[in-house]
Write a protein that binds this ligand. Structure first.
Ligand SMILES: Cc1ncc(COP(=O)(O)O)c(C=O)c1O
Length: 390
């Protein structure tokens, strides 16, 4: 796979490139789109070939590809993550934000508190609030730039109105791969406060170096009676537009409740998304992912070296994800000033840290899922935009 090959996504109704001038006031022609989490790479051939075959066939009627789809998911989870998944445990949602919404809808009531470890992926809070539930922010603490949890503080915060905790594992932003001990502590916290535990593991394949992702069901097999696992091939293989994610529910009673809700809303998956998943979760897909992770690791190292050489800026060391989380607090600048330097000075569209909740105020999130030459260009532009600090 040639990850260096530039693919121009401008003018394709692409959210990342075609919306950046409206959203960030970064010029569409020479701006760099480093915000929303998709990559500028083509999917593996094994997926494109299947899409071509479907398009050429020309008949897009109802399908039943449940077996190849679920077999592939089970194969992937077992082979890549050592996780045994039952076919009946797998539900398909319109992506994972929809999966979160469906879980809130099925397992909580309006007014219930939903615990988030902030800063965290912004769509969680958006869905929770729009569903009439309350966001309960438990702030992560930073030790030497590494995010950790403080359960003593979180225990003191609980009021009894909380019904669910959502864990992002690996964590977006901040790139933590939670250890066995940390996952165990989250599971114990859920038990202590009688919370459902939703573990969003969408970034589980994009892990660097020695870090090892552990699926929550493996880390805490005793809490399956309150566990909802969320996975998707979309970040790993770059087909978020297919809107296909999985809610995996090990417990038969919880499964029955979820199934009824899915049927009440008449939700069923679309065929391209199912086929793309079935093809991606394969030996060919696995080879592609191994090459991708090595490439992203190179991007991460180049970006971190350049950013950390600028006085006052600090790029969080990622164990996972292609989402660099950069702390600007050392510059002493206001949020408006460092953001303007990145957007108007460097002409880079990056996510605003404030949208990730408490603790994100002094950060911007940069998407590194792009060609190396663009990372190099971003580094040069940032160096220039903050040149007076050097
Ligand atoms: C933790 C997490 N969950 C879910 C999503 C989005 O999932 P989907 O596109 O399947 O709705 C993202 C996207 O960045 C994410 O980071």
């Amino acid at each position: 796979m040639d990850f260096d090959k530039i693919i121009d996504r401008r003018g394709t109704h692409c959210a990342k490139w075609d919306m950046m001038s409206d959203l960030y006031n970064v010029p569409g022609d020479d701006g760099l789109a480093m915000w929303v989490a998709d990559m500028d790479f083509a999917v593996p051939d094994v997926v494109t070939n299947k899409m071509r075959e479907m398009a050429d066939h020309g008949v897009y009627g109802y399908v039943n590809c449940d077996s190849p789809y679920k077999d592939a998911i089970r194969w992937w989870m077992k082979n890549r993550h050592g996780w045994d998944v039952e076919a009946d445990a797998i539900f398909t949602t319109t992506g994972l934000v929809n999966g979160v919404g469906m879980c809130l809808d099925t397992f909580t009531q309006p007014g219930d508190g939903i615990v988030l470890f902030t800063p965290v992926y912004h769509a969680f809070a958006k869905v929770i609030r729009n569903a009439g539930r309350e966001v309960v922010e438990c702030q992560l603490v930073q030790n030497d730039g590494r995010y950790e949890m403080d359960f003593e503080a979180y225990d003191a915060q609980m009021t009894g109105s909380e019904k669910m905790v959502i864990l992002c594992s690996p964590h977006n932003p901040g790139g933590r791969v939670w250890t066995q001990e940390e996952l165990r502590a989250v599971a114990d916290f859920a038990k202590r406060h009688d919370l459902m535990l939703l573990s969003d593991e969408i970034h589980h394949d994009l892990v660097y170096g020695d870090a090892k992702h552990i699926p929550m069901q493996n880390a805490a097999p005793d809490i399956t009676d309150r566990l909802l696992m969320l996975t998707a091939p979309s970040k790993t293989f770059n087909f978020a537009g297919m809107h296909t994610g999985q809610v995996i529910i090990p417990d038969p009673d919880l499964r029955a409740q979820f199934s009824r809700r899915m049927m009440a809303l008449a939700l069923s998956p679309n065929s391209p998304g199912q086929w793309a998943t079935a093809c991606a979760y394969s030996p060919e897909g696995a080879t592609w992912v191994d090459e991708l992770v090595a490439y992203l690791d190179g991007n991460r190292q180049m970006f971190d070296a350049a950013v950390n050489a600028i006085p006052g800026l600090r790029s969080t060391e990622l164990q996972a994800t292609y989402l660099a989380w950069v702390d600007f607090s050392g510059t002493g600048m206001s949020r408006e000033e460092f953001t303007a330097r990145v957007e108007q000075g460097a002409k880079i569209a990056a996510n605003h840290g404030t949208t990730f909740g408490t603790g994100g105020e002094n950060f911007l999130r940069f998407n590194l899922g792009t060609q190396r030459s663009r990372i190099e260009e971003a580094c040069n532009r940032l160096r220039e935009a903050f040149s007076d600090l050097q």
